[in-house]
Design a protein around this ligand. Structure first.
Ligand SMILES: Cc1ncc(COP(=O)(O)O)c(C=O)c1O
Length: 487
């Protein structure tokens, strides 16, 4: 028998005797090296340690307010109410941990609560059913399969320009972003795109392909990764009407917006859309683990998972006790903290502050948008659009604007997110329960960032030329084996 190499012990990581330096080196060597290398060049790769649920510290001892995590940390990092509950769960739970073939009290309780909550907003969902999984993209895959099984003769799915539904094959096929799609073509057949927010264009598309040939329309009530795009008021109800008229399955992707982020329990319901299927994920995991859910009307659910076909769609980990317990407690914390309402109120203050910053520095911010604690700053391009640069270089410069803005925000003590489908937009999505004082401080820091970067061009001149050169070389070269010292 060959002898095993010395392995890193879990206790060493827990006790931090496994150093930040070791973590960085090994994560770069064996993880998504290029991504981490780029982030490391920018000085935003961490690793970070937690000071409180809402504040982190970087390797240089700088204190940062967390406004990122792609909207997946409703209570910040390891909120004590959740971790105390989990300690009890670990000690006291006697239910099976992976109850794939048996009844689970945890899954039962979370499923019932989700349906009750949804039905309180949309009574037609009173007898809906839930399929649990372990990510947002998997929740979307489930939704697409439910729709297809319900309308087996229909071969089209419609999503919208700027949409983001995930990166597995089905959800990717409905995420019309060439950067993510092109190398994987041919995609899942039948994926069509209509302009977001434009009901007339959707009607035209339906007439062109024939509504009976459309299995489902999938829509984000507010586009998150698309840069926090809020559609016109008639758009979502109009989609609902079209779906009802033609029997098309309507899927509201609430993975980013749902459960309070945008100030409502379900943004689609609040905007007058009674979708047939709702997908949820991010906040259900409490910022701790992966929980996804596809909620479907009973007739749709049973079409895919009826009788002997009830094993037609399955997974190993969905509905596991730990993730269901986290989901159950997270939902309870959102309800008891009245977090959707809080998110709406704080979000209004936040957006007003961002608008004031835009008013002060119109050469920095082209637009600010938001609803609830999903806020976006869209920057002007760092290099003037009129410069005679090749298209690809201009594209890169546009993308670099948000990347370098993120670095500058970091220097002001704010961890922000890029928007995966909107190149010049940076998002702020702090915890829904962030203390008000800290939220005020977060906005003060954005103020500070803007004072230091009064125009988009200044973001570039504030970036050391050597770093610009290294970033340029990084963008221009083919992937190669990096050494951490490269960064
Ligand atoms: C609306 C929406 N759908 C789907 C997804 C994919 O979720 P995940 O990253 O958990 O696969 C996301 C992620 O950002 C999202 O915002």
């Amino acid at each position: 028998m060959t002898s095993l190499p010395p392995l890193i012990r879990a206790e060493d990581v827990l006790s931090e005797s496994f150093s930040a330096r070791q973590a960085r080196d090994l994560d770069l060597r064996h993880g998504n090296e290029e991504l981490l290398y780029g982030l490391n060049l920018l000085g935003v790769a961490g690793p970070f340690t937690r000071l409180s649920p809402w504040e982190l510290q970087d390797v240089n001892g700088e204190r940062l307010i967390m406004a990122a995590s792609y909207a997946a940390t409703p209570f910040g990092e390891m909120h004590p109410e959740l971790t105390d509950f989990l300690r009890d769960f670990m000690e006291q739970n006697r239910a099976m941990t992976l109850p794939q073939q048996s009844v689970s009290p945890w899954r039962a309780a979370l499923g019932a609560n989700l349906v009750a909550l949804l039905a309180s907003q949309l009574p037609s969902h009173a007898d809906s059913q839930v399929f649990f999984c372990s990510s947002g993209t998997e929740a979307v895959e489930g939704a697409l399969k439910f729709a297809k099984a319900y309308r087996p003769n229909a071969s089209y799915f419609i999503s919208f320009s700027g949409a983001y539904h995930g990166k597995t094959y089905g959800s990717l096929s409905l995420t019309p972003n060439p950067e993510y799609q092109d190398v994987f073509r041919p995609l899942v057949p039948g994926a069509l795109t209509s302009p977001y927010g434009n009901l007339e264009a959707l009607k035209t598309l339906l007439r062109r392909v024939g509504p009976k040939n459309v299995a489902a329309i999938i829509v984000e009530p507010i586009q998150g990764e698309g840069g926090v795009i809020i559609p016109p008021a008639e758009f979502l109800p109009g989609i609902g009407e079209l779906c009802r008229e033609h029997g098309i399955v309507c899927i509201a992707d609430e993975i980013q917006t749902g459960l309070g982020r945008t100030g409502h329990w379900f943004e689609s319901a609040a905007q007058g859309l009674d979708a047939d299927i709702i997908t949820l994920a991010k906040p259900l995991g409490g910022g701790i683990t992966a929980v996804g859910a596809t909620i479907a009307r009973a007739d749709i659910y049973k079409k895919m998972l009826g009788g002997l076909s009830s094993k037609r769609h399955s997974n190993t980990f969905g509905g596991g006790a730990l993730s269901m317990a986290v989901g159950l407690k997270s939902l309870e914390m959102i309800v008891e903290g009245n977090l959707p309402e809080r998110s709406r109120r704080l979000g209004e203050q936040g957006l007003a502050r961002l608008k004031r910053i835009q008013g002060r520095y119109p050469g920095l911010l082209q637009d600010v948008r938001g609803q609830g604690l999903l806020l976006a700053m869209q920057f002007h391009p760092m290099v003037a659009g009129s410069l005679p640069l090749p298209g690809a270089v201009k594209e890169l410069a546009y993308e670099a604007t948000a990347i370098l803005a993120m670095r500058e925000l970091h220097k002001s003590g704010v961890i922000a997110n890029l928007s995966l489908s909107s190149k010049r937009t940076v998002r702020l999505s702090p915890a829904l329960n962030i203390p008000e004082e800290l939220f005020g401080e977060l906005l003060d820091r954005v103020d500070d960032f803007a004072d230091r970067n009064p125009s988009a061009g200044k973001i570039m001149t504030n970036t050391p030329p050597e770093l610009l050169a290294r970033l340029g070389a990084f963008a221009a070269t083919k992937p190669k084996k990096r050494t951490p010292s490269d960064g």
